[in-house]
Write a protein that binds this ligand. Structure first.
Ligand code: GLA
Length: 395
């Protein structure tokens, strides 16, 4: 069945562009969102807890199957119409062979085939509204939308968490970025109006209702416009340091260090100053996720603010992955009356989140914009985040 009239506006546009490019309407149109992480940073590759929610910004893909072993990829962001179509023979897909945007969708096809799924080709047209390099998981959105489309078209029957694992493999092995499982699971599994409390050890999930508007609250995302990249060395160094900490403490992962035993664990690490800082962040951050879940479950939403702010201090001082722009957002927001604020995502740039009373949104936004102007930083992009739907078929 081809994509039908009456589809959501974005889906219709993507389907029409697909038809112009490939000469026939697509078999379907899928969407997968970006995310912000409320709390639980750099815990996912330590088998710990995270709590992201989906953004309304999403990657949309129009897709049809092919039978000749060829993957054709086109992005709305690339000029050149037909000339902009990348044509990749499936048998030639190999990790590390591609440094452009096509590595994300191609990596997913590679991972599916590696896992034994008989994908025989596809025509794809992609369009995304997730800002890139902003710490909002634009790459996970691209990966998950392709995985879901092929899962449906090839009737693979894989659940969301398995698609997320395959997408993570595409990113780790094919693209070469040593990231955890949070972003892909968020994109695949989040639900509208909820934050996802995820245990990254076994991928068990709890959907926690998160309706800030009903309580007169807002969550602002402030994109500092400082671009970050996880295939660069710093993310990998933090990850290696955490693994060293787990090895020194004789546990499988830092998740296994109980919060109550943190001081004793740190004492055992002796003069390994850097490892001490990394371990302290991860163990306290897992605890912060549990505290936020507890507060949300008991309806004490305003009380999560200070926990978010503690998380920022830990990422800045112990994990050392903040930057002047992120610190300025947090300091300015708190000085102007925010309930809590912290950087979100991998760090070294990207975005911060600010929890505030609805009535203070304009004052806070103005304060942050003025502080950036005074510091001579690029103007930030500020928007309100409302938990949106996870990946789904649109047409
Ligand atoms: C990036 C990675 C995630 C996670 C976060 C930090 O977004 O892709 O796996 O590690 O950084 O929490």
């Amino acid at each position: 069945m081809g994509a039908q009239q009456g589809a959501p506006a974005g889906a219709q546009q993507v389907a029409e562009r697909f038809a112009e490019l490939y000469g026939a309407r697509p078999e379907g149109v899928w969407a997968a969102p970006g995310r912000v992480n409320l709390i639980g940073e750099h815990t996912d590759y330590n088998d710990g807890f995270v709590m992201p929610f989906a953004l309304p910004h999403q990657a949309t893909a129009a897709v049809s199957r092919r039978t000749d072993g060829v993957l054709r990829l086109h992005s709305a962001d690339i000029e050149g119409g037909l000339a902009g179509i990348a044509e990749l023979p499936l048998d030639a897909l190999a990790p590390g062979s591609d440094e452009s945007w096509t590595a994300y969708p191609a990596g997913v096809v590679w991972a599916l085939r590696e896992a034994g799924h008989a994908i025989t080709g596809a025509d794809v047209h992609l369009s995304s509204t997730v800002p890139t390099g902003a710490g909002l998981s634009s790459s996970a959105a691209l990966e998950v939308v392709i995985a879901l489309a092929l899962n449906d078209l090839y009737a693979l029957g894989l659940p969301g968490w398995k698609l997320a694992r395959l997408c993570q493999r595409a990113e780790n092995v094919y693209v070469g970025a040593p990231t955890g499982i949070m972003d892909q699971t968020a994109s695949a599994c989040c639900r509208q109006g909820h934050a996802l409390f995820l245990d990254t050890r076994d991928l068990s999930q709890h959907q926690i209702p998160f309706d800030l508007a009903a309580e007169g609250l807002r969550l602002l995302v402030v994109d500092t416009r400082v671009k970050h990249a996880h295939s660069g060395g710093e993310y990998g160094k933090r990850r290696a340091g955490c693994e060293k900490g787990a090895a020194l403490l004789g546990v499988d992962a830092l998740r296994d260090v109980p919060y109550a035993g943190l001081d004793a664990a740190l004492a055992r690490l002796g003069d390994e100053e850097e490892v001490v800082r990394l371990v302290r962040h991860v163990v306290t951050e897992d605890h912060r996720v549990e505290r936020v879940v507890g507060l949300l479950r008991s309806g004490e939403t305003r009380a999560i603010g200070p926990v978010l702010t503690e998380g920022h201090a830990s990422l800045r001082d112990d994990f050392r992955i903040s930057c002047p722009e992120l610190d300025l957002v947090v300091d300015t927001a708190l000085a102007a009356g925010a309930l809590g604020a912290r950087m979100t995502g991998g760090g070294f740039g990207g975005s911060a989140i600010v929890l505030t009373e609805a009535t203070d949104v304009d004052t806070l936004t103005k304060a942050i914009e003025e502080a950036f102007a005074a510091a001579d930083f690029t103007p930030p992009r500020v928007f309100e985040a409302v938990p949106a739907a996870g990946a789904r078929r649109l047409v």
